[in-house]
Design a protein around this ligand. Structure first.
Ligand code: BGC
Length: 472
C-alpha cells in the first residue's frame, strides 16, 4: 500500500493525488468501479515506473549528502553551522517546492512540470559538482531541493491519476519504494566513489536524464487535460493508457466526477476537517521530530564520530539504506492485515527503545562497534514499518477526495519544515548536549508521538474512504 494508495480496500475508491492549493477534484470513484471490469494495462506499469524515477531522485538527492558531507566539509573548511546549512538548504528548497508544486502542476500540467524538474535535477547535478566554495554549494543544493519538493508532490500525483484504480495503490507504492531505493543507491555511490564527492552529486544526472526522456514520451494526465478542457487530448491519452474500448466511457466519467466535486477553502478550513488536519500535520511533524533523517542524512557522520574510519562509516550507512528498503516492503505486506495503529504503535515503541539505548550507549558508555550499527538498524527498521510509510498512507486516507490534494500539501509542507528544523539543529545539539542527550530528546518526541497515536489516531484499515469520511 503506497502513500497515496487507497484502492486496496474492499469497495474503496482509490485516493486523490496531492497538490498544494490544488482544487482539482477527483474522478476516482467512477474510475474504480469501471476499472475492476477491464484487463490490466501493462502501459500503466511503464508510466508508473518512469514517474517513480522522480521518487528515486528524491531519495538519492536527499541521501547523497550523508557520505558527501565528510569530504565537502573538509574541502570547504565548514563549521558545524555551515554543515547543517549545507544539509538543510535542500530541505528549505523542498518546503518551497512543496508549497508551489501543486499549484504549478495545476497550471502547467503534471507532465511538463515533471520534465522541467528533471531538467533542473540534471543541470544542478552538474552545477553542484562544480561548486567552488561553501556558499555556491549551498545555493545549488537549495535549487535541487526546490525540484525535490515539487517532484515529491507531482510524481505520485501523476501516477495516481494515470493508474487504473484497481492497481493504483500498488503503482503509487512504487514511488515510495523508489525513495528508499534512491537513498540506498546514494549511500552505495558515496561508498564506491568516495572520496570523490563531486562525482556523488554529478551521478544524479543519469536518472534525471532517464526521467526527462521518459516523461517526454509519456502522455499527460488525462484528468488534468479534462480539467483544462482539452478533451481530445484527454481521449488520446486514455487511448494510450487504457485502450480504445474504455477510453470514451472513462472520459465521460472523469467529466462527470469533476462536475460533482468542487474544492472550497471554506469547507477545508471549517470545523469538520480540523481534526484530520491536526492528525495529518501532527503525524507529519512526529515523523520528522523523532529524528529519522539524522540517521538518513548523517549516519556516516554518526559512525565516524563513534570511531569508524570514513570508508567503513559510509559502508555501515549503506547497510542502513538496505534495511530501510526491506522494512518498507514488510510494512506494505502487513499494513492491510495488521492495520495502521498496530504498525504505528509497534514501530514508534521500537524507535523509542532504540533511541533510549542509543542515548545510553553513545552518551554514557561512549562505545562504537557493531552494537551501535545494530541499534541504528533496529531504529531504522522500527521507522520503516511504522511512521515512515503509514504517515504517507494515513494522510492519503483522511481527507475527502475534493480536499485531499490541499490537505496532503499542508502535511507535506509541515513534513519538510520539521525535517529542516531537525537537520538544522542536529549537529549543534550534539555539540552542545552530546550525542546521548540528543538521542534522549528524539526519544522524548517518540513518547509524545506514541501518546498522540494512542489517543487520537483512529484505525482506518478495511474502511472505505466514505466510511473514513463519516468518522469525522
Ligand atoms: C520521510 C523522509 C525520510 C524517508 C526515509 C520518508 O517517509 O518522509 O523524510 O528521509 O522516509 O526512508
Amino acid at each position: 500500500m503506497g502513500r497515496y494508495g487507497g484502492g486496496n480496500y474492499p469497495n474503496s475508491p482509490a485516493t486523490s493525488p496531492p497538490g498544494l492549493l490544488s482544487g482539482i477534484p477527483s474522478s476516482r470513484e467512477a474510475i474504480l468501479n469501471h476499472a475492476s471490469r477491464r484487463p490490466l494495462r501493462p502501459f500503466a506499469y511503464v508510466v508508473a515506473a518512469v514517474a517513480a524515477i522522480g521518487g528515486f531522485l528524491f531519495g538519492y538527492d536527499t541521501g547523497v549528502i550523508s557520505g558527501a558531507l565528510l569530504f565537502v566539509k573538509q574541502e570547504f573548511q565548514m563549521s558545524y553551522v555551515q554543515q547543517e546549512i549545507a544539509v538543510s538548504s535542500v530541505l528549505a528548497g523542498a518546503v518551497l517546492g512543496a508549497a508551489l508544486g501543486g499549484r504549478l502542476a495545476d497550471l502547467f500540467g503534471r507532465r511538463l512540470m515533471m520534465i522541467l524538474t528533471a531538467v533542473i535535477f540534471l543541470t544542478f547535478a552538474f552545477l553542484t559538482s562544480l561548486a567552488q566554495n561553501a556558499v555556491q554549494f549551498m545555493a545549488m543544493r537549495f535549487v535541487v531541493g526546490l525540484a525535490i519538493g515539487v517532484e515529491a508532490l507531482i510524481s505520485p500525483m501523476y501516477i495516481a491519476e494515470v493508474a487504473p484504480a484497481s492497481i493504483r495503490g500498488s503503482l503509487v507504492t512504487l514511488d515510495q519504494l523508489a525513495i528508499t531505493v534512491g537513498v540506498a543507491a546514494s549511500y552505495l555511490v558515496d561508498y564506491l566513489v568516495s572520496p570523490n564527492w563531486r562525482s556523488m552529486f554529478a551521478l544524479a544526472a543519469i536518472p534525471a536524464l532517464v526521467l526527462a526522456v521518459g516523461m517526454v514520451l509519456l502522455p499527460e494526465s488525462p484528468r488534468w487535460l479534462v480539467v483544462r478542457g482539452r478533451l481530445r487530448k484527454a481521449l488520446a491519452a486514455l487511448h494510450r493508457i487504457d485502450g480504445k474500448k474504455v477510453a470514451q466511457e472513462e472520459l465521460e466519467q472523469i467529466e462527470e466526477s469533476i462536475k460533482e466535486e468542487k474544492f472550497s477553502w471554506r469547507e477545508f478550513l471549517g470545523t469538520r476537517w480540523r481534526k484530520p488536519l491536526l492528525l495529518g500535520v501532527g503525524l507529519a511533524c512526529f515523523q520528522q521530530l523523532t529524528g529519522i533523517n539524522t540517521v538518513i542524512y548523517y549516519s556516516p557522520t554518526i559512525f565516524s564520530l563513534s570511531g569508524y574510519g570514513q570508508a567503513a562509516a559510509i559502508g555501515a550507512a549503506a547497510v542502513v539504506g538496505a534495511i530501510n528498503i526491506l522494512s518498507t516492503i514488510i510494512a506494505f505486506l502487513l499494513v492491510d492485515r495488521w492495520g495502521r495503529r498496530p504498525l504505528l504503535l509497534t514501530g514508534i515503541s521500537g524507535m523509542v527503545t532504540s533511541l533510549l539505548l542509543l542515548g545510553v550507549y553513545l552518551g554514557y558508555l561512549h562505545l562504537g562497534g557493531s552494537l551501535l550499527v545494530l541499534l541504528l538498524l533496529f531504529y531504522v527498521f522500527s521507522f520503516a514499518i511504522g511512521l515512515g510509510p503509514v504517515f504517507w498512507l494515513f494522510i492519503s486516507e483522511i481527507y475527502p477526495s475534493r480536499l485531499r490534494g490541499t490537505g496532503m500539501s499542508f502535511c507535506n509542507v509541515a513534513n519538510w519544515a520539521t525535517n529542516l528544523l531537525v537537520s538544522l539543529t542536529f549537529l549543534s545539539l550534539v555539540q552542545r548536549l552530546g550525542m546521548g542527550n540528543t538521542m534522549f530528546i528524539y526519544a522524548g518526541m517518540g513518547v509524545a508521538a506514541l501518546l498522540f497515536v494512542y489517543y487520537l489516531v483512529p484505525e482506518t484499515k478495511g474502511k472505505t474512504l466514505e466510511e473514513i469520511e463519516q468518522m469525522f
